[in-house]
Design a protein around this ligand. Structure first.
Ligand SMILES: NC(=O)c1ccc[n+]([C@@H]2O[C@H](COP(=O)([O-])OP(=O)(O)OC[C@H]3O[C@@H](n4cnc5c(N)ncnc54)[C@H](O)[C@@H]3O)[C@@H](O)[C@H]2O)c1
Ligand SMILES: [Zn+2]
Length: 353
């Protein structure tokens, strides 16, 4: 089992990683949670594969366990679901001495984390991420949120778990489209911070080869996210580098009303296109965007900018909550492995699309 400890002001917690780790989750939790009750928040897909076993494992360790299995998908990150979950927690008589486990992909992680942050002004919780995206990104860093009709992640907080348990083995049941979706973010880490990781991704010849090395890949990504979050927990500086590919990506996702492209696919389009343009402007080493294209093609991720007018994209970027005032911060790369943040005038954004 590998471990990484995140040190942020007023808190430190550990990410434990290992194949098969969920089979011994009860005894591992015993070391960090002395209370009696545990609520597992999951979704119906994840529940159908692993729900029974994880519940049994916790009960074997003398916990009284309740489970809430949500409808899978982004729609569950809603106010309605939130209220349903609060109701269930009241029915189970959950107190601040008890524990919530967020067991699922990023949707479950964000919602359950937000529930934990707000119910009774905060109940301790664990992240047990089960999608690649959740294992390398959303379960680390403490961002928790739900969506409103008006936009994604509008209501949220920073609320860190007591620990994170990552079992790469569960990725074997993850649908390939979601695996590739998560790879979009893995490629991003390679682009901004880790040339070696990027090189490895280019070398694998099949998904199976990739999956047989996935624990190493997850570890590299978590290490990068840890170091960035430790320097800038609240996302005012260094953490913005994680937005590489996201300014264009968010706009493309939103333009198609989140139906045509998954998040990872939209980020893939964003990374390639912003780099193609920064390369033309002399800010990025020549040939870099071709390398990005090569790796994206390999994992069946899109790279061509769909036919959307640049003005439409700018309009959408204009109302993105992450942008303040006239200037926006964009993440670019000098070459593979070296990301940087550039502050530009909003109007200049046209040349980067
Ligand atoms: N908090 C953060 O820092 C952060 C960062 C990035 C993304 N996010 C959020 O994450 C969410 C997306 O997460 P996601 O891509 O994991 O989506 P998701 O949670 O919807 O999971 C994707 C699909 O995979 C299924 N699934 C998950 N694990 C599985 C497994 N092991 N076996 C079989 N099926 C499995 C789920 O049921 C779902 O159908 C978005 O809401 C996004 O806003 C948050
Ligand atoms: Zn992302």
């Amino acid at each position: 089992m590998k471990a990484l400890t995140i040190n942020i002001p007023q808190k430190s917690y550990t990410i434990y990683m290992g194949k098969g780790i969920i089979n011994s989750i009860g005894s591992n939790i015993k070391k960090i949670h002395k209370g009696k009750k545990i609520v597992i928040i999951t979704d119906k897909n994840v529940d159908s594969y692993y729900g029974k076993e994880i519940k049994r494992n916790l009960e074997k360790n003398d916990y009284e366990v309740n489970k809430i299995a949500l409808k899978p998908g982004e729609k569950s990150k809603s106010v309605e679901t939130l209220l349903e979950v609060y109701n269930q927690l009241l029915n189970f008589n959950i107190t601040r001495k008890d524990l919530i486990i967020a067991f699922g992909g990023g949707v479950v992680g964000d919602l359950a984390g937000f529930v934990a942050a707000t119910f009774l002004r905060g109940v301790p919780y664990l992240q047990v991420p089960t999608s690649l995206l959740a294992q390398i990104d959303s379960s680390i860093g403490g961002k928790v949120a739900i969506n409103l009709q008006q936009g994604k992640n509008i209501i949220g907080n920073f609320y860190h778990p007591k620990a994170v348990f990552i079992d790469p083995e569960v990725l074997n049941t993850l649908d390939r489209r979601f695996l590739h979706d998560g790879l979009g973010e893995v490629i991003k880490y390679g682009c901004i911070k880790d040339r070696q990781l990027f090189k490895k991704l280019l070398e694998y010849s099949t998904d199976e080869e990739l999956l047989s090395n996935i624990d190493e890949i997850i570890y590299s990504c978590c290490k990068i996210k840890k170091s960035i979050v430790e320097k800038d927990e609240k996302d005012f500086g260094e953490r913005m580098i994680l937005n590489f590919g996201h300014t264009i990506g968010h706009a493309v996702e939103k333009y198609y009303d989140y139906r045509k492209f998954t998040h990872g696919e939209a980020v893939a389009i964003g990374m390639y296109n912003i780099t193609k343009n920064s390369e033309m402007m002399g800010m990025t080493e020549e040939g870099t965007s071709e390398l990005i294209k090569e790796v994206l093609k390999k994992y069946s991720l899109p790279y061509e900018m769909p036919i959307v007018s640049k003005e439409n994209i700018i309009d959408i970027i204009g109302i993105d909550k992450k942008n303040q005032g006239e200037y926006i911060n964009i993440a670019l790369i000098k070459n593979i492995g070296n990301g940087f943040i550039k502050k530009i005038n909003r109007a200049e954004m046209l040349s980067y699309i």
